[in-house]
Design a protein around this ligand. Sequence first.
Ligand code: SF4
Ligand code: SF4
Length: 676
Amino acid sequence: MSHHATAGTFLAIPGALWFLLLTVAAAGALAWSLSRKWQLLTAGTGRVPLDRWGERIRGLLVFAIGQKRMFQEPLAGVMHALIFWGFLVFSVRSLSLIVEGLTRGWELPFLHTPVGSAYLFTKDVFIVLVLAGVAVAAWRRLVTRPARLELSADAWVILGLIATLMVTDALADGARIAGGAPGNWSWTPVSAMVGGWLAGSQAAALHATYTASWWVHLVALYVFANYLPYSKHFHVYTSLPNVLLRPLDPPGRLTPMDLENIQEGSTFGAQRITDLTWKQRLDLYSCTECGRCTVVCPTTITHKPLIPRDLTIALRDHLNDSAKEIIGDPGGASGVPSRELAGDVIDPQVVWACTSCRWCEEACPIFISYVDRIVEMRRHLVLEKATFPEEAEPAFRGMEVNGNPWQLAAETRADWAKGLGVPLAAEGGEFEYLFWVGCAGSFDDAGKRTSQAFVRLLQEAGVSFAILGPEESCTGDAARRLGNEYLFQTLAQTNVETLNRYGVKKIVTNCPHCFNTLAHEYPDFGGRYEVVHGTQLIARLLAEGRLTLTGEVRREITYHDPCYLGRTNGEFRAPRAILSAIPGLTLKEAPLSGRRAMCCGAGGGRMWLEEKLGERINQVRVRQLQESGCRDVAVACPFCAVMVSNGQQELGQEEARTFDVVELAAQALGRRDAAS
Ligand code: SF4
Ligand code: SF4
């Protein structure tokens, strides 16, 4: 039996020539498809990040090659990892088969070394593992049907092609083994087993089996490669670069707009798909449609129109549909698509629903970003069209005129501190920490209680601090996330000027939104400070023995992680350390806590908007928190405090209470059960 599938002739044309023609056609078609996608990607704005390669490659190894985030769901993770790792192993095999088909007698150069034996063994074992992965994928689609999976013909085509590649590989080698072909077959147990099944067949039948399997394998490979760019499985090509080139900035930092150098005819924010950066478009092409983002999104959970996966798919389909307008026919002129994003492609209600909680981004196995894309669309609506939910208008006006979204008089900003001996920076004394009180800490009743409690703790620990008082203004977090970049930058510049005038080096704040903006966004405006959250400072003072909590607070309580302290800034430990240090207090975790805590509904500027659609997010969150078995909730964010407390009241839970962690710590300063 010949050991070369292209050795014969067909229609008097040598098999090798047929294979060459097939390979050229497949490679040409793939190159054309990829070049169209490449042009659609590179028609975008934004630089390619070429920094921190060590971190990028580490992330690639851990998250892409190692599939780390996939294992958050063990069965699905194992299934995908087997198929993905098999894909990597078989890419070497596929290349060798192509060269083998074109060059008679060619073999992998290392095939007869120990490395070759190890490779053959691995490849053979992966035939079974990949088929097992395909079987699990089919089982999930046919039987268990997880809610996040959409049944699509596309998935079946891909699973069928993968299974075909595995089966034909084993059959081709099995036929060769049964036909007595020379080779290191002791390292190919699966093919040897198939060879055993075929043993005793006639030589002609074995040859036909080998030749047919080889050709079907290669044709399936070429169909697979050419089908991918037109399917959701295009991520096979794009996910590795997407993980490699993921943003490494702090996740809570939004990219500033250059408002000082506005070009003639330029557009604010994302009006059209071409206004998204190339990376945002690579995100669209990388989405696997797995739905992991969707099952955790608070707006989807509460039946609002924002469904992250659908948003990505709609934008991706629009990008593909706009290919003619963007890059023209082959050789044609470039242009911009006629359809706008918000309004024509995406319902504006989708754009305004996001709370910027970033759980979707945390859940996405390939680091697809949502918040920046959504804020870009909001920027366009606000700055170009002046179209935004009407409730945002008073908040914008309040921030602009009074320096706070409550629209309260700026000169009353420090009234909460009267009689507490709180120094103002303007008094000229030395201080270590600038206590950034924030709008909620200055004007909201619960926020004011937290500020007063925090002052008690600082004074007890002997920390030198000062506040800006009426010179403090809103950080602009909500304005920025609602798309009003102009207002945000005005506030940021004023605040940075004030802080720098006082030579501020360290800032402590109880508001995670202020924390995020001061720490990660003010550096873009010349404000570089060491910023800590109030709970981080208190936890440190406790650990250093500068603060001791001796008063009992007899409560069972659960802790709600604020998105901007927890998921966005990675602080889960400090609030829990404080709660654990309070005598008499028992902390019970809710099932959805820590990194998996759902948003309260206030982020992304939603604090200032009506929630008219679906269930209220704060009520759903309160119910989730009660799964801890606790009635009372501790928070570490003034906006969470408002939302959770309102949720408890809306659900008729008269007895339930919401406390800031700082407030509870102050209650434990030597008094007996002040909270009860
Ligand atoms: S940031 Fe939060 S609210 Fe916005 S799409 Fe993602 S999960 Fe949904
Ligand atoms: S954005 Fe990420 S998590 Fe969401 S469907 Fe796409 S790949 Fe899955």
